[in-house]
Structure formats: C-alpha cells, structure tokens
Design a protein around this ligand. Structure first.
Ligand code: OGA
Ligand code: MN
Length: 303
C-alpha cells in the first residue's frame, strides 16, 4: 500500500467521513468542533483534507473563540487585512456577506466572485480557510470549488511537462479592478493598498507539501499572464488552463446551511462565490485564515 493510501485508511478509522461529490470534498460526520479535539483526530482531518481538498462539518455552533481554537490546530492564523471587516474585538475573524449591525454593513459584500485561490497575490499565500455559515440565504450564494489535483492529472502528459517549467504572474490590483467593474460601489484602490501587494509569480504546478501530489496552481481571478510567455500565446495558455480547471467533472457546488463549516486547502482547490438576492436575504459568514510561510511554500515547489 502507498503511504498516501495508508494515511487515508488510517484517517477513516479515526473520523467518520463521507464523500461530498464525485469531484472533491469530504463531509466529516458527527464531530462537534467546538469541543476539545484530540491530536489523533486533527491528524486524521489533515490527512482527509490532503486527500479530498475540502472538509465539511455540518450543524456547528461556533462562537469566535471556538472557531479560532479549532482553526489554530492547523497553523498560525492571520489577522484580517481590512479592519472594517474584522468581527468586533476579533481581528482574526473576517466577516463576509451583506449583514448589517446598527444600520451599518459589517461584512465584505463581494468576496471571491471570480475563480481564485485565497491570497495567490501574496508571495506565501494562505494555506487554508475555514468558512462558517452563520446565516445563509435559502437560495443562491453557493460556493463553487474546483479540484486542482484532478485538473492537473487530466492534462495531456506533454502539457504537464511543459507547464511545470512555467510561472504565472498574480496581481492583486488587476483583480481589484475587475471586481470594481462588476460592482461600481467598490471604492477605488488606494495607493497604500496597491503598494502593499506588488505582483508576484508562482509556478503553474505546485505540490502538496505532505503527500507530494501535484496540483495545477493558477486562477483567473489573480493570474494575469505567464512570465515566460508574454503576449498572446501566454494569454491563450493561461485562459485555456483556467477554462480546463473549471470543467464540470472537477467542480463541486456547496449549497450552504446555517451551521456549516467548510475548510479548504488553497493549493488543492480553487473556489468562487455566487450571487444571491441581497434585497431579500441576509448572508453572514465568518472566516479564519491559516497563514502560509516560507517553509511551507518551499516544500510545495517541485524543485
Ligand atoms: C472566501 C470566499 C466565497 C463565498 O471566503 O475566501 O471566496 O461564497 N468566499 O463566500
Ligand atoms: Mn476566497
């Protein structure tokens, strides 16, 4: 048996999991993550995440402390960069949605409407995100996920060999401009914020630092070109790879229920939010973010 398979079989003897969809994802059954969780269970969850890319925990009731305590078991958490979307008194919790408090919007209204991987515009992007559905609209607002391991595996062998040597340019400011085009109520990008996030490059193929499994690492939200291929050829390759990665067989659409927690691995999956009727429904989500770092990033490079 391979080491991966052994880890998966072992994980499934520790936690009860069920596949979420043919494309990706696993639901973890009957685990209350607001209570103390043993190291063995955390290790099993990590192995399950390595295998399936997304974990779902249903029926959770998490206050900020419990959400943070559980998330911390997977790494160092990151403060929310935009202070106006931090939960009051909880800089580690990112509020997402159209929710208002005392007549004032407290959530980020337009998160992730393009396919993306969280923070791919940073040199060392976040490794994981744990999104908790506090109040979820009964229709719309599904979150889509695409399996980037499967997308890589499905490429023809010559294409895989070709792109392993290439890098994409990822740009926060271009993403932001695209967002503003769709939603003109977004404020202009300030020079300070633009300066915080200069363009970065990432290889088109990275590997899971623990299992070594290769994933296509590119997304149409932040990637603006291919470093080694300026001009139309690179632009076409980028577009083709992004289109390929969202083929139906790689995609899972999550219809949220109140109390769902989704934990995704930003190397294994891309994701995207979808609209809902903001006039009729309130959406309130809380997210924690597990930070990346130089060592984890280095371990994801093919070398
Ligand atoms: C995120 C994100 C999409 C959504 O939280 O990183 O992209 O559907 N969310 O809320
Ligand atoms: Mn996101």
């Amino acid at each position: 048996m391979t080491v991966d398979l052994q880890a998966a079989v072992h994980a499934e003897s520790v936690v009860d999991v069920r596949r979420l969809s043919p494309a990706l994802g696993a639901e973890v059954i009957a685990l209350d993550i607001s209570r103390p969780v043993s190291d063995a269970v955390i290790e099993a969850l990590r192995a399950t995440l390595d295998q399936h890319g997304v974990l779902l925990f249903r029926g959770q009731r998490l206050n900020a402390e419990a959400h943070i305590t559980f998330s911390r078991r997977f790494g160092v958490l990151q403060e929310v960069a935009q202070k106006q979307y931090q939960l009051e008194g909880q800089p580690l919790i990112y509020v997402i949605g159209n929710v208002e408090e005392n007549g004032r919007p407290i959530g980020d209204p337009s998160v992730g409407r393009l396919w993306h991987s969280d923070q791919s515009f940073l040199p060392h992007p976040a490794i994981g995100s744990l999104l908790y559905g506090v109040q979820c609209p009964p229709e719309g607002a599904a979150t889509l996920f695409a399996n980037m391991y499967a997308a890589y595996d499905a490429l023809p062998p010559q294409m895989r060999a070709h792109i392993e040597r290439l890098h994409a340019v990822h740009s926060f400011s271009e993403y932001y401009e695209a967002l503003r085009e769709r939603d003109p109520t977004q404020p202009e990008l300030t020079d300070t914020r633009r300066a915080l996030y200069p363009d970065v490059i990432h290889p088109l193929v990275r590997r899971n630092p623990r299992t070594g499994r290769k994933a296509l690492y590119v997304n149409p939200g932040y990637a603006t070109g291919i470093r080694e291929m300026p001009g139309a050829t690179g632009a076409r390759l980028l577009r083709d790879l992004c289109d390929h990665a969202t083929r139906e067989e790689f995609v899972y659409a999550h219809a949220w229920r109140n109390g769902d927690v989704l934990f995704w691995d930003n190397l294994a999956v891309n994701h995207k939010g979808t609209p809902f009727d903001t006039g009729r429904f309130v959406r309130r989500m809380h997210r924690t973010t597990v930070a990346g770092n130089a060592a984890i990033y280095a371990a994801s490079l093919l070398g």
